[in-house]
Design a protein around this ligand. Structure first.
Ligand SMILES: *Cc1c(COP(=O)(O)O)cnc(C)c1O
Length: 226
């Protein structure tokens, strides 16, 4: 297998300049993250509270940690303490818990709203209609000037299938949610600009549908052992 640095360079070279890269390091050791860090990568994605807390303690302080897994409210404290971005906000209740905790810890947190369109991949996320209905309340909850939480965009996953039409339709549906919010309740917020979609196997299809951020694990770090 090629080194992490070589794989990282290959992934980077494949991305248009407008697309940013989250290196998904879940289940991989701190040493692998350090290799990517030494090759210039600063943004990493993790999906478990304890794992990201442990890694953040061991690794350089200028890493930007993105939480991308399902987040239970009893883990919010741990995640807010070490992460910069929470991409997997899938309920208003979770958003409220993040705002309360960020206020208490005096930490600035950016969040993405997770949209669920895929057939089976995950049961988490707002259904598009649900998100539309919640959008005004979400905007209001984060509108005060001293709110430590900014809603910066939308995250989603496509169905895990070889059916290319289905995958691209899923990305289109996520993109429509993003556009709906951006041209609606979020239109006065220039920071609402992130469309996080695309993983190792489907990032080209996601980019074709307007992704501005891909989350790539396997193509950088190799297969995960669960
Ligand atoms: C694990 C994970 C990824 C990365 O997946 P790869 O197929 O390894 O690139 C991206 N997004 C989310 C939400 C994940 O859980």
């Amino acid at each position: 297998m090629d080194s992490v640095a070589v794989r990282l360079d290959r992934v980077r070279a494949s991305l248009p300049e407008s697309v940013s890269l989250v290196a998904v390091s879940k289940f991989h050791p701190a040493q692998a993250i350090k290799e990517a860090y030494d090759a210039g990568q600063r943004v990493f994605g993790e999906s478990r509270a304890k794992e990201v807390a442990d890694k953040a303690r061991q690794l350089p302080a200028d890493i930007e940690w993105h939480f991308i897994g399902h987040l239970q409210t009893n883990k919010v404290r741990q995640v807010v303490a070490c992460c910069n971005v929470i991409q997997s906000v899938d309920s208003e209740r979770l958003l409220e818990a993040i705002i309360a905790e960020a206020t208490k810890q005096q930490r600035h947190i950016d969040v993405l709203l997770q949209v669920h369109v895929a057939e089976e991949e995950t049961k988490f996320g707002f259904a598009p209609q649900e998100l539309a209905e919640a959008s005004q309340r979400i905007a209001t909850a984060t509108s005060s000037a001293d709110c430590p939480v900014r809603v910066v965009g939308v995250m989603g996953m496509a169905s895990n299938t070889d059916d290319a039409t289905r995958v691209s339709d899923d990305f289109k549906a996520i993109r429509r949610c993003f556009d709906y919010l951006r041209s609606g309740v979020m239109s006065v917020r220039p920071e609402f600009a992130v469309l996080s979609m695309g993983m190792s196997h489907d990032r080209d299809a996601a980019i074709a549908q307007g992704s501005t951020m891909v989350r790539v694990g396997t193509d950088i770090f190799g297969e995960r052992e669960y």
